[in-house]
Write a protein that binds this ligand. Structure first.
Ligand code: LAN
Length: 735
């Protein structure tokens, strides 16, 4: 599943190279347009694709009411899967763009610059593609968002500015002049969020005095809850929060700083409208540009950080500090070794690397980090970006396999399914992380599926569940066609993991059980991310685990039957308890109510509830139908995620992925028994949006994390329309 990019000047034919250039310029030209008119972009994109489409589908008659012709749907599916099969890698997964956040690549570039390896690690082509990306994603006002679709923030702008400068761009360049003006108009780069302050301090263009403390000593607190203070132990944090603050507190604890260079000296002047020496660092600790503020610090934080700020001079260089730093390093090395230096995510990946270098610049650990940086890079028509993970390989493959099976075209696409099956088999985690797990605050992993690759290996509740469902669905098919099933013992291990993830209240979180309580969110200092301190329950994770256990029970009715039964009862009760009064579920990891409601409906359906039998299903349908648009589709804006209120996409065109989720949800609870008209309209909308190549257009961003940051799931545009049309064909057209 590993994806890396190497530049090859001779790759492809001259026509292909010309086409690549054409796509890039099209993207760059449309970029600003997109900011103003998404519909226009879509039109251009589909025109571009139409030109090269090999399988024109007859779309006549689609505009009329009623069911689309069975032959049209069949052709669209054949075409859609055939195109998508062409994107599959030899090892069976589907590579895809997992970019979106704008704050990741600058951290990597600052790390490479600080450790002195920027020029030896990144080729000139890597750098050129990164610059292309940063130019493409500048907003019309000169700033940069937190993510590619967001309005400008200080976090995005100051870090992108620094990245462009470290990549060799001139301060008089138009892009940089505009970005600098944006920064200065808002007081200067010291108004950046706390994570931004950290990166600027590492680079030596911001004072460590201007940071709220991140004392590594927190790792020396007792863990036990009866001590009271134990509730604050990082071992209880959501793993992503814990793993980011771990190396951050190490680097903070040693004040790891880049040596001064002419470039960093210049940046000290460029980033602020006032002289560097006149900045009041103590005050700057709590500055945050209003554009960036999503979760303002509660007063209790200001008190806490003030107290720790007073204590910091005593701790710096003390014996206690030494002990705390050693404890941090122990956990950093454990994480590196257990993920083969991929690390859990893009943020701790580069800060761990930095910590290893500050510990010992000639260490093996630092060297081992380098090749794994490339796992996070992705090049597309908009240039090179750092992704939100080392890819979404397993997640996409598990969905894709389920989607393709749902089309009924198993014989036709058996080779494709066989490869996907093999990827599932090879990616299941078969060994525990190094023992003792408890000492490293790790949950069990044996039997789980990760989000990306086996090398990464962190277990996740819903990835395990989707992996399990895909494995079960493939195991039902002829193994001569789709390859041998994964042995039952390994599925049992997965069930153990899925069961272990259920929390006391019946719900499921992401990587671990809930180890503390919601109120601890008051110490979330990140300003721009919501709900990072606790591993909360989610409708997606809960639904995925419920549906997986139901599927497993059907295939293996005697294995842990009573336990599974009890788990399901509690799970469904929990799920209903978080359904909103309007019938929807809030989606945490996709946009947004359409995504959450799809998961909610699938879980209801799995335990036998339908429109006819369940009030919960009826209100979910009512919610969805009320949001259906005049073109028959759904189009939800990412603003739903941050505001937690349903928000329609602007423009007339619906979103293929939202439409597919809504259609799948309605079909799951049997809405076809009530009224087929809205379902026909949704199917027509998906057919209408499909390009002649069989692809669907890449529309607005579909993924999200921590309420406020969006993330691209490029594979969704193929997987979900295929899946929804497949189920539509079998349930409604009865084909
Ligand atoms: C992911 C990616 C996968 C995602 C799903 C499996 C889809 C979801 O159902 C559960 C949550 C999970 C595992 C998830 C959590 C947050 C992640 C890890 C990410 C969105 C990928 C990147 C993001 C991570 C937190 C980014 C770094 C930023 C921080 C605030 C630490």
């Amino acid at each position: 599943g590993r994806q890396t990019w190497v530049y090859d000047a001779d790759a492809g034919s001259s026509e292909e190279r010309a086409r690549v250039d054409e796509l890039r310029s099209e993207f760059a030209a449309n970029r600003l347009l997109q900011k103003h008119s998404a519909d226009e972009l879509l039109r251009l994109q589909s025109e571009g694709n139409r030109r090269s489409g090999p399988f024109p589908v007859n779309k006549s008659g689609l505009a009329a009411g009623g069911a689309p012709g069975a032959a049209t749907v069949a052709a669209a599916l054949e075409n859609g899967v055939s195109f998508y099969e062409g994107l599959q890698a030899d090892d069976g997964h589907w590579p895809g763009d997992y970019g979106g956040p704008m704050f990741l690549m600058p951290g990597m570039i600052i790390t490479l610059y600080t450790t002195g390896v920027l020029d030896s690690v990144l080729s000139p082509q890597h750098k050129a593609e990164m610059v292309r990306y940063l130019r493409n994603h500048q907003n019309a006002d000169g700033g940069y968002g937190l993510h590619i679709e967001g309005s400008s923030t200080m976090f995005g702008t100051a870090l992108s500015y620094v990245a462009l400068r470290l990549l060799g761009q001139d301060p008089d360049d138009r892009t940089l002049v505009a970005a600098r003006a944006w920064i200065h108009a808002r007081g200067g780069a010291h108004h950046i969020t706390s994570w931004g302050k950290f990166w600027l301090a590492v680079l030596g263009v911001y004072s460590w005095q201007g940071l709220n403390p991140m004392p590594p000593e927190m790792w020396l607190l007792p863990y036990a809850s009866w001590t009271g203070i134990g509730w604050l132990h990082p071992g209880r944090f959501w793993c992503h929060c814990r793993m980011v603050y771990l190396p951050m507190s190490y680097v903070y604890g040693v004040r790891g700083t880049c040596k001064q260079t002419p470039l960093t000296a210049a940046l000290r002047e460029e980033l602020y409208p006032l002289p560097y020496s006149e900045i009041n660092w103590n005050k700057a600790r709590n500055y945050c540009a209003p554009e960036d503020l999503y979760y303002p610090h509660p007063i209790i934080q200001d008190v806490l950080w003030w107290t720790l700020y007073q204590a910091e001079p005593l701790l710096l260089g003390s014996r206690l500090r030494k002990k705390a730093l050693a404890e941090c390093l122990k956990h950093i090395h454990y994480e590196d070794e257990n993920t083969r230096y991929v690390d859990i995510g893009p943020v701790n990946k580069v800060i761990n690397m930095l910590a290893c270098w500050f510990e010992d610049p000639s260490s093996q650990a630092f060297k081992k980090h380098i090749p794994r940086l490339f796992d996070y890079l992705w090049v597309a028509e908009d240039g090179m970006k750092m992704q939100g993970y080392n890819g979404s390989q397993l997640w996409d493959t598990a969905f894709a396999a389920q989607a393709i099976v749902a089309t009924g075209l198993v014989d036709r696409f058996s080779e494709c399914l066989k490869r996907a099956h093999s990827y599932l088999e090879q990616t299941q985690v078969v060994e525990e992380a190094q023992q003792p797990l408890g000492e490293y605050y790790r949950h069990i992993s044996k039997g789980a599926w990760p989000f990306s690759t086996r090398d990464h290996g962190w277990p996740i509740s819903d990835c395990s569940s989707e992996g399990l469902k895909a494995a079960l669905v493939l195991a039902k098919l002829d193994s001569k066609l789709v390859g041998p099933p994964i042995p039952a013992e390994r599925l049992y291990d997965c069930v153990t993991v899925v069961l272990s993830y259920q929390n006391g209240d019946g719900g499921w979180g992401t990587y671990e059980n809930k180890r503390s309580f919601e109120m601890l969110e008051v110490i979330n200092p990140s300003e721009t991310f919501g709900e990072i301190v606790v591993d909360y329950n989610h409708v997606e994770c809960s639904s995925a685990c419920i549906t997986a256990l139901v599927a497993f029970k059907a295939a293996h009715p005697t294995h842990r039957a009573a336990e599974i039964e009890r788990t399901l009862k509690r799970g469904v009760k929990y799920l209903k308890s978080i359904q909103r009064p309007d019938g929807s579920w809030y989606g945490n990891w996709g946009v947004c109510f359409t995504y959450g409601t799809w998961f909610g409906c699938e879980a209801l359906a799995a335990v036998g509830e339908s429109y006819a039998s369940s009030a919960s299903a009826r209100s979910a349908c009512a919610f969805l139908l009320q949001k259906q648009r005049s073109d028959g589709g759904w189009g939800e804006s990412y603003l739903s995620c941050q505001n937690k209120v349903y928000s329609q996409l602007e423009g007339e065109t619906s979103h293929a992925v939202n439409t597919a989720w809504a259609l799948l949800a309605l079909l799951a609870v049997g809405y076809e028994a009530v009224d087929c008209k809205p379902l026909h309209a949704a199917a027509r909308c998906l057919l209408q949006l499909q390009q002649d190549s069989g692809d669907w257009p890449q529309q607005h961003i579909s993924g999200v994390f921590n309420r406020n940051c969006m993330i691209t799931y490029a594979n969704y545009r193929n997987i979900f329309p295929i899946w929804a049309l497949g189920v539509y064909r079998s349930k409604v057209l009865k084909q």
